[in-house]
Design a protein around this ligand. Structure first.
Ligand SMILES: Nc1ncnc2c1ncn2[C@@H]1O[C@H](COP(=O)(O)OP(=O)(O)OP(=O)(O)O)[C@@H](O)[C@H]1O
Ligand SMILES: [Mg+2]
Length: 490
């Protein structure tokens, strides 16, 4: 598969027997999502063919391929945010729908019958995924992990025989990932064939029968999990050595930089944060851990002014900040790297980085800062004229972090920086976080990988149900039995 001069896939051969769970792994930008896009007809391959149950799918339109039984989820969640949870699942069933416009308007008995069946099936899928209680909520109000599950639900509603899952557990806590693994196993028991793209090695090694590894658009290895895990080529290109970051001793305690007291914030009638207090001292790395939906992202958004603080106080460098518009907050030196890569899809990589540089004065500063970002993420330099929307998931994540770095803020708040990154790059990101901090930026980090986060942080907070339920030094939290059980995997 070529995009202009770039060969995203080079003669990839992949053959998956019915009933198998096949892992498809590889570094960021190696061609995994592109493979899915070719299999589902989003892109027509430059050369080569795709066969499914003996039929040639090459060149068919996406809806035709879906109707033949190939279902998928999207790496960058593509739900209908303003539709209910139930509605989103029903949309998935539409490719099995017989009713056309006329039928839908006149609603003869068989159309009503069909609607009833779709409704029942959608409810059953929500039950299977454990989302029944949220059926009437708007999809965009679900926490990230549940939006991912809902993506799976919509794919299941198409009643495909082959399910392509693109990073189903990205952004999930270890507990949620384990639950999702169990769901994937159950789908296999129901007779589905699955191709799983995923950077969480516990998940991949735990559920896959076989694994195919891509690098630079080529298959570099294929085999059962145990073999792949030992393969030196794969370790070098992708897995790394599971090195843990290490805290560089105690940082000198600076003056108080950020202080949040009894914060209450949310969306409409939903109170996502119900009384959170925390502080971050100048020069330190603080981390906020907790399950999906615990209120971590909303806390960051309230500090950034993106969600109004309904009650409580927020002070930055001794100045009250609650109620200030986001732009005023940024100009005081607080920058947030948002969860889920909110980059500007229609702008190039370079333009996105420039957008991040509004705090810099002078062109020299800008060029120097950009060179530093490219130095940390060479992939972004190679792709600097590419539209950000066409970057791979991991490349977009690098861009979101790079844009945050351009601003060189006094306080950098990062929401799930490791999400969607290949294992080797996760290690690199934590090194980068330490380097930025060493260069004088205070950091507030929200991370599902509590193990990594607590390893680099000085101070930590645990959130549950919108409240800070535990606070302490990172070392104290690492040794806390409850934290170990719930967030560090035993
Ligand atoms: N429409 C496009 N135009 C130009 N380049 C593209 C396009 N789509 C993908 N690419 C490039 O092709 C390469 C493969 O991208 P792909 O999304 O398949 O990677 P991936 O393996 O899914 O990575 P990740 O783990 O980061 O999601 C990337 O370098 C990406 O920038
Ligand atoms: Mg991808």
């Amino acid at each position: 598969m070529h995009f202009g001069g770039l060969a995203a896939l080079r003669e990839v051969g992949l053959s998956v027997p019915e009933g198998e769970i096949r892992g498809l792994i590889g570094p960021n930008g190696s061609g995994k999502t592109t493979t899915f896009n070719v299999l589902t007809g989003v892109y027509r391959p430059t050369s080569g063919r795709v066969r499914f149950q003996g039929r040639d799918l090459t060149g068919l339109a996406p809806h035709e391929i879906a109707a033949l039984g190939v279902a998928r989820t999207f790496q960058n969640i593509q739900l209908f945010g303003d539709m209910t949870v139930l509605g989103n699942v029903k949309v998935g069933a539409h490719c099995r729908h017989r009713a056309e416009l006329g039928g839908a308007l006149l609603r003869p008995r068989w159309v009503r019958e069909e609607e009833r069946r779709i409704g029942e099936r959608a409810e059953e899928i929500l039950g299977f995924l454990g989302l029944s209680a949220r059926r009437d909520e708007l999809a965009r109000n679900l926490p990230y992990g549940q939006q991912r599950l809902l993506e799976v639900g919509r794919a299941l509603a198409t009643e495909g025989r082959l399910l392509l899952l693109d990073e189903p557990t990205a952004g999930m806590s270890p507990t949620e990932s384990r639950e999702t693994m169990a769901l994937i196993e159950k789908l296999r028991e129901r007779g589905l064939t699955i191709i799983l793209v995923e950077h969480d090695m516990k998940v991949v090694m735990g559920v896959c029968n076989r694994i195919t590894v891509l690098d630079h658009g080529e298959v570099i290895a294929e085999g059962p999990p145990a073999e792949i895990q030992r393969d030196t080529t794969v370790i070098e290109a992708y897995l790394g050595t599971e090195r843990r970051p290490t805290r560089r001793g105690k940082r000198a305690a600076g003056p108080r930089l950020l202080e949040v007291g009894d914060l209450v914030a949310g969306y409409g009638s939903i109170r996502a944060v119900r009384g959170a207090s925390l502080r971050v001292d100048e020069g330190e790395i603080a981390t906020l851990i907790g399950a999906n939906g615990a209120g971590k992202t909303t806390t960051l958004k309230a500090i950034s002014g993106l969600v109004p603080a309904q009650e409580g106080t927020i002070a930055f460098a001794g100045q009250p900040m609650a109620g200030m518009p986001p732009a005023a907050i940024v100009s005081r030196g607080i920058v947030q790297v948002p969860e889920g890569r909110r980059i500007f899809a229609e702008l190039s990589v370079e333009e996105n980085l420039k957008v991040g540089s509004y705090l810099i004065r002078g062109r020299d500063g800008l060029a120097r800062r950009m060179a530093e970002v490219f130095d940390r993420f060479p992939r972004l330099q190679e792709r600097r004229h590419q539209l950000a929307g066409t970057l791979s998931g991991g490349e977009q994540q690098m861009l979101a972090i790079g844009r945050g770095l351009m601003a060189r803020p006094r306080l950098l708040m990062m929401d799930e920086p490791s999400m969607g990154l290949a294992p080797l790059l996760v290690e690199a990101i934590f090194d980068i976080i330490e380097q930025i901090n060493a260069a004088g930026t205070t950091i507030l980090l929200v991370e599902q990988s509590a193990r990594m986060a607590l390893a680099v942080a000085d101070r930590g907070y645990v959130m549950e149900g919108g409240r800070v339920v535990l606070a302490g030094s990172a070392t104290e939290l690492q040794e806390n039995a409850e934290v170990k059980r719930a967030y560090l995997g035993g």
